[in-house]
Write a protein that binds this ligand. Structure first.
Ligand SMILES: [Zn+2]
Length: 266
């Protein structure tokens, strides 16, 4: 799976039409869930987290590292556990993308163990490194503390971050599929025959920093001090949920992710 031909644009449009047809009226529920969870619930939880960690009176670098790691790790683990829980429920089989494929935790236990090790390294070593780099370059400076910005500002800035993330990750994912980057870097991300949610951040350290982390950071860095801390962390939580959902083995029509056109599963 190295070099590849881009499919014609028309096939993307056809896929999108089929995707929306499959969602049907569930699309409305997904959109409402998305607005409720990421417009109201998550900003309120983030605000409470910022207040709690703020009471520790830590230096700024440690404060930012802690709130990013708690938000990121909690969202990632929660979404992976929810998807793992769904595998035990018979009704979910009809929504599996590839119902005949064997689950990786029975087909390749060594790969699943390697995934846990990689995720731990990425979460607890590379994320603090990325925050340190962002702080030292002056890119991370989010004002507002625990204040929740107006809903329209949250939606508008998250939409901007989604577009910036899409352009960045498409570009670097495309580059990663050329022969040499694929062989030495990106192949690791494609070791799974059946993708599951937790493979979203199973990647080589270079890919993790340049593609995963930088793609999520490019929008906030461009917005600079116009983006408040609560919006930044809400965007991070949305992005984690979205990428775990995209890499997951299911296509639920009511999913609060992949609502917009051309946001289909990766
Ligand atoms: Zn790829």
């Amino acid at each position: 799976m190295g070099d590849f031909e881009d499919p014609p644009l028309g096939s993307y449009v056809r896929i999108e039409l089929l995707r929306y047809k499959a969602k049907g009226v569930w699309l409305l529920l997904g959109a409402l869930m998305c607005a409720g969870i990421y417009g109201k619930l998550v900003p309120a939880l983030i605000s409470a987290l910022l207040q709690a960690v703020g009471m520790l009176q830590l230096p700024n670098s440690l404060y930012l590292t802690l709130v990013v790691m708690i938000s990121h790790d909690f969202c990632y683990i929660l979404h992976c556990l929810m998807l793992r829980g769904v595998t035990f429920m018979g009704w979910s089989e009809q929504y599996r993308c590839n119902p005949t494929a064997e689950w990786p935790w029975t087909a390749d236990k060594a790969l699943v163990s390697r995934t846990y090790t990689t995720l731990l390294f990425n979460f607890f070593v590379l994320i603090p490194v990325a925050i340190y780099l962002g702080l030292s370059s002056g890119s991370f400076d989010f004002p507002g503390g625990s204040i929740i910005p107006p809903l329209w500002e949250i939606i508008r800035q998250i939409l901007f971050c989604m577009c910036a993330e899409d352009v960045w990750s498409f570009t670097f994912h495309r580059i990663n599929h050329y022969r040499l980057p694929y062989r030495y870097i990106h192949k690791k991300h494609h070791e799974y025959k059946t993708s599951i949610g937790m493979t979203a951040e199973y990647a080589h350290p270079c890919e993790y920093l340049i593609t995963n982390v930088a793609a999520a950071a490019v929008g906030p860095v461009m917005l600079g001090t116009r983006m408040q801390m609560v919006t930044f962390l809400t965007w991070l939580c949305y992005r984690i949920g979205d990428t775990v959902d995209q890499h997951g083995a299911y296509e639920f029509p009511w999913s609060p992710f992949s609502i917009l056109p051309f946001a289909s599963k990766g």
